[in-house]
Write a protein of this length. Structure first.
Length: 162
């Protein structure tokens, strides 16, 4: 399905031996990737506290991707390229992260992340984004957080040859 609104994929790899998570996201307009980023958590390029769970690191990545969606939607509107009225899909492969962004009862366990989930939740409520689950095998942002081997490598290298 071709979207004229930004479509984002966010992913995180929760912690290495030094408690740093790798975060990544990829934002498309139509079939073209227009924004992407991969960054290492604390003491890397991005100054974030160490994530205490995989859901927390995924929430960091989703918040960063959401900021890019907001910026890109405003740019497309200002340039009058697209009249973006539908929510931008934000594909996440962690159901805990999605639950935190949509389910108020989950917030008690994530009080220390109030600004991040609050930001994402407000974007969900106003129709800017729509966090949705996607399996890891279809997660395009995986290439920014983990080594790409086997079938996944073949998928990305064959896609770039067309």
């Amino acid at each position: 399905m071709r979207h004229t609104c930004p479509v984002a994929y966010s992913d995180a790899s929760w912690g290495d031996e030094r408690a740093r998570s790798t975060l990544g996201y990829l934002v498309y307009v139509g079939l073209s990737p227009v924004i992407w980023k991969s960054t290492l958590g604390p003491k890397g390029k991005l100054s974030l506290p160490p994530a205490m769970s995989s859901s927390e690191s995924e929430l960091y990545a989703a918040a960063l991707a959401s900021m890019e969606i907001v910026w890109l939607r405003e740019l497309l509107d200002e340039l009058q390229l697209f009249n973006v009225t539908e929510p931008s899909p934000l594909w996440i492969d962690n159901s805990g992260c999605i639950a935190v962004s949509q389910e108020p009862s989950m917030h008690k366990r994530f009080k220390h992340l109030r600004r991040r989930w609050g930001f994402i939740r407000s974007l969900c409520r106003d129709g800017t984004i729509m966090p949705s689950f996607i399996g890891t095998d279809l997660q395009d942002a995986d290439i920014f957080t983990k080594p790409v081997v086997g079938a996944k490598r073949k998928q990305f290298t064959s896609a770039s040859e067309h």
